[in-house]
Design a protein around this ligand. Structure first.
Ligand SMILES: Cc1cc2nc3c(=O)[nH]c(=O)nc-3n(C[C@H](O)[C@H](O)[C@H](O)COP(=O)(O)O)c2cc1C
Length: 182
């Protein structure tokens, strides 16, 4: 296999979070990485609501879907919100979603770089989250990303440990890549 950035290969959407606190400096480095993402006409559609204090986390955690209950242990949640019309309407495509996606991937890779784990999610109740956190109506929540240290995997039962260490697969290279023409 050709060599790519270590952080890309190390990143995974794990569910076993330790409750070990994350320093403000680490959180800031993740947000800063997000802020430097490219965006359509530099519109920078992203907004980050960072939940890191006990009361704020409690509010945020209440709106996670049942399937994402594992996220309640993560010591940091970043709510990523954007205006649906982010101001870059090329091709009639919702480019604000691409802006946000690029920012989130930057954040995920920076997290790996500093020894943390990030997990993007779509499983939460948008209205409840917006109301609890005072997010204005005109914004949509695109994703909620949990950040924290991975729990010591030895503390997990065998089945969970296996899930946490098995890499997800990808469509084959030759199915995805078209050289010179489709
Ligand atoms: C937009 C988006 C929404 C996702 N929502 C959830 C979610 O609600 N719950 C969850 O456990 N994982 C969620 N994931 C994680 C994906 O399941 C995961 O990225 C995918 O299976 C590939 O695994 P990997 O990230 O470990 O490489 C989401 C990922 C993305 C990009």
């Amino acid at each position: 296999m050709v060599e790519i950035l270590e952080e890309i290969m190390e990143r995974h959407s794990g569910r076993a979070y330790s409750d070990k606190p994350v320093s403000d400096e680490s959180i800031e480095s993740i947000l800063e990485a997000g802020r430097w993402a490219p965006s359509c006409s530099n519109t920078q559609a992203w907004n980050f609501v960072v939940l890191k204090d006990k009361d704020a986390l409690k509010l945020g955690r209440e709106h996670l879907s049942r399937g994402n209950a594992w996220g309640k242990v993560a010591p940091v949640m970043v709510i990523v919100a954007a205006e649906e019309d982010g101001g870059c309407p090329a091709h009639g495509l919702p480019y604000f979603m691409m802006d946000v996606g690029l920012a989130v991937q930057n954040m995920l890779l920076q997290a790996v770089h500093i020894g943390l784990m990030g997990h993007p999610t779509a499983g939460w109740k948008e209205e409840g989250l917006k109301e609890s956190l005072g997010i204005p109506d005109k914004f949509r929540i695109v994703t909620v990303v949990t950040f924290g240290y991975q729990a010591d995997l030895n503390s997990l039962d065998t089945e969970t440990r296996e899930k946490e260490t098995t890499r997800t697969s990808r469509r084959p290279f030759d199915e995805v890549v078209h050289w010179n023409k489709w």
